[in-house]
Every structure is written in structure tokens, then in C-alpha cells.
Write a protein that binds this ligand. Structure first.
Ligand SMILES: C=C(O[C@@H]1C=C(C(=O)O)C=C[C@H]1O)C(=O)O
Length: 379
């Protein structure tokens, strides 16, 4: 059945359609300007992401919106979405090549998704990239000859063994790097296998990001920083933020951020499966936050089980973090079973106090996310 309407309504809708078309023309104009910005940045070697320019632009537009009686958050939302588009469009122009006399790059595991992304970014920056995968080891000698950078991005459980067995004969000045999501053991293995420059990298994002703008790449220094400083600069030009970390400190954080978090998402999914939950009807009854949570858990199961097994099994110490979680769950459940509402409320307050200013900050951030979850609804 078609929706009801009136002549007046249709008239107004015609006018709105006209305004929306004008918006489209303005968007085209903005995208063309951004493409020019991309070309200029490419020439000048400037990063794709300019946070200060963004902040000052947003502040001005918010003020102007207020003066025009427009909700400032409306223009901010629109501009942030447009800026995301800008990063993708700027990327297509390519990036300045920081190191001109490198020789070629070899990506060990280049057929993997993350390897593919780095291969694309390096190619867009003018480097010659060769991929080395399972079937290519017979030719590895030839592929490594003249290489200026070798990036290892293979499953965690074979990374150290592969480095120790296959990467001992690299050219002396070649930089050896890895993208593994743990850092202590791979960096040690690289330092032992190769006498040249070594660094550990951990991109804190999945291969489906589209652009590296605002994404974080962790850098663990190994040896010969001055030799690989250009690579760090190159990654910054792609728009990423660099966070330097000691490998041990990084790995400790991963026990909570990755192993424990992914494991609890896994159990959440496992529980829905065992309860034979009806996702369709759960979604119908779900508030936006529940939908977001379900999306976060559900997306895990759209990915590779091996990848998550690798991440969760990577560090034995993660078992402690995961067992602690289970203990805390049991203790909280005991409070619930005992019907001690007071104790629950007290613990809630303790945790809230510990979160401090982060709690209201997370509430603000999630409000915007929840609103866009709601915007996505179509029926
Ligand atoms: C267009 C630029 O690049 C990026 C995109 C921006 C935009 O779309 O307005 C603003 C700043 C940059 O992060 C720029 O630097 O001006």
C-alpha cells in the first residue's frame, strides 16, 4: 500500500527534492576540490589527514550553524562523513614516495588481506612490491635479491618459525618488519635472524578500512631506527597515527584488548547458539545498543576462525586475563544469586568512580553511534 499524501505535501516535497539535487551538485564540487587537495598533498608529501585543519574548520562551521539557527551537531556530522569520503578520494591520487632508492619491497604473506592492504598502500606510494606466499619459497632467493624492505604478515603461530628458518639470508641493509598482532617474540626472532634494521608494526585495524586516515599503527623499535625512519614517515603520510611502544607493554595490553575481549565476544556468540536464540526476533526487540552489541559479536563470526584462534591463543598469559574475567563473572553472579541488590549497586558505583571522566565521554561517543544505528533502519 502506498503512503498517504496531499497536494500541499507533494508541492513541498518537490521543493525538497530540488534542494537535495543542489546538495548533490555541491557535493560533486567539494569532491572535485578534495581530489585537487589530494594531488597537491601527493606532490608536497603531506599527510592525507590534517587534524588541526579539521578541528578549526569544524569549529567555524559549528559557529556559523548556530548563527543560522542550525543545530551545530548536524553540520559536524555531515562534514565528518564528507571527510571520510575525502580520505578515500585523496588516497586514489597516490602518495608521495618518501624513500626513492629503496629497491623493491617483499611482502611475505602478501596474498593475505592485511598483506594486500600494505601492498596496495606501498604501490600507491610508488614502491615496487613483490608478494611471497606459500608456493613461492622455491624462488625466494631470487625474490629477496635487491629487496630494501621485507614485511612479514603470516599467521601468528608460524611467524617466529618462518622468520628463524627463512629470513636469515636477507640483504645486509634490508629492513625487516612484521605486522603480527603480538610483538615480543616476533621482534626477538627478527633481531636474531637478521643483522640489519628491524622494526615491529601492529596495525590496530582490520584490512577492510578503506583508508588509513586516523587509524593507529603501533611501532616497536628493534634496531637501526635511522634506517627505517622513512617507513614511519610513509605510514604517517597515509594518514595513520603512530604509537610507539615497548613490545612487552604492547603484548600486555593485547591480553585485555584482544584476547580477553574477543574471547568474551566468542562466548557471547556461543551462548546465543547454544540457547538457539532467534536473532530475527531478538533484533525486533532490541534497543539500538543491543543491536550494536550484536553487530560487534556477529561480525566476529563473519571472519576467519583461524585468525581469531591465532589471536586468542597467541599468548599463554592471556589465559590469566581470561580466567580473571571468569572469576569476576562468578563473583558478580554470586551477588545476583544472593539477591543482594545493595552490593550490586555498590560495585556499580565503585566501577563508575574508577571509570571517572571516561564514563560520560563514552556515553557521548556511543550516543552518536546509536543514532547512526537507528538511522540505518529501513522499516
Ligand atoms: C581536504 C583536506 O584533507 C582532509 C579532508 C578534509 C575535508 O574533507 O575537509 C579536511 C582535512 C583533511 O583531513 C585538507 O587537508 O584540506
Amino acid at each position: 500500500m502506498s503512503e498517504k499524501t496531499t497536494a500541499d505535501l507533494e508541492n513541498l516535497r518537490g521543493l525538497i527534492d530540488g534542494v537535495d539535487k543542489q546538495l548533490l551538485h555541491l557535493l560533486r564540487k567539494r569532491l572535485d576540490l578534495v581530489a585537487q587537495v589530494g594531488a597537491v598533498k601527493h606532490g608536497a608529501g603531506l599527510p592525507i589527514y590534517a587534524p588541526q585543519r579539521e578541528a578549526s574548520m569544524l569549529a567555524k562551521r559549528r559557529d556559523e550553524a548556530k548563527a543560522m539557527n542550525i543545530e551545530p551537531q548536524l553540520i559536524e556530522d555531515i562534514l565528518r562523513r564528507l571527510m571520510r569520503e575525502s580520505y578515500l578520494n585523496e588516497k586514489d591520487v597516490g602518495f608521495k614516495q618518501v624513500k626513492l632508492d629503496l629497491g623493491h619491497v617483499v611482502i611475505v604473506g602478501g596474498e593475505g588481506k592485511l598483506g594486500g592492504l600494505f601492498s596496495q598502500m606501498l604501490t600507491l606510494s610508488g614502491y615496487q612490491v613483490k608478494s611471497l606466499d606459500k608456493d613461492d619459497w622455491a624462488n625466494s632467493q631470487r625474490i629477496f635479491e635487491g629487496a630494501g624492505l621485507v614485511i612479514v604478515t603470516v599467521p601468528i603461530n608460524i611467524t617466529c618459525e618462518l622468520i628463524a628458518e627463512q629470513l636469515t639470508q636477507l640483504p645486509a641493509n634490508c629492513i625487516l618488519a612484521d605486522l603480527t598482532s603480538i610483538k615480543t617474540a616476533p621482534v626477538e626472532a627478527m633481531l636474531a635472524a637478521h643483522s640489519g634494521p628491524v622494526l615491529g608494526l601492529h596495525p590496530m585495524f582490520g584490512p577492510d578500512v578503506g583508508s588509513l586516515a586516523k587509524q593507529v599503527v603501533v611501532v616497536c623499535h628493534g634496531r637501526g631506527e635511522s634506517e627505517y625512519q622513512w617507513l614511519v614517515e610513509q605510514i604517517k603520510i597515509w594518514g595513520a597515527r603512530i604509537v610507539e611502544a615497548e613490545p612487552q607493554k604492547h603484548d600486555k595490553a593485547m591480553q585485555l584488548v584482544q584476547a580477553m575481549r574477543h574471547f568474551s565476544s566468542f562466548v557471547y556468540g556461543l551462548n546465543l547458539y547454544k540457547e538457539n536464540a532467534d536473532i530475527e526476533s531478538l533484533l525486533q526487540f532490541s534497543s539500538p545498543i543491543y543491536r550494536l552489541e550484536l553487530a560487534m559479536v556477529g561480525r566476529l563470526f563473519a571472519q576467519s576462525p583461524e585468525l581469531y584462534a591465532d589471536i586468542i591463543f597467541a599468548q599463554e598469559e592471556s589465559l590469566v586475563a581470561i580466567s580473571d574475567y571468569l572469576d569476576n563473572y562468578s563473583q558478580a553472579l554470586a551477588i545476583l544469586k544472593s539477591g543482594n541488590r545493595e552490593a550490586f549497586v555498590q560495585q556499580f558505583k565503585d566501577v563508575a568512580q574508577w571509570f571517572g571522566d571516561f564514563a560520560p565521554q563514552f556515553q557521548r561517543e556511543s550516543r552518536a553511534m546509536l543514532q547512526s544505528v537507528n538511522d540505518m533502519k529501513t522499516d
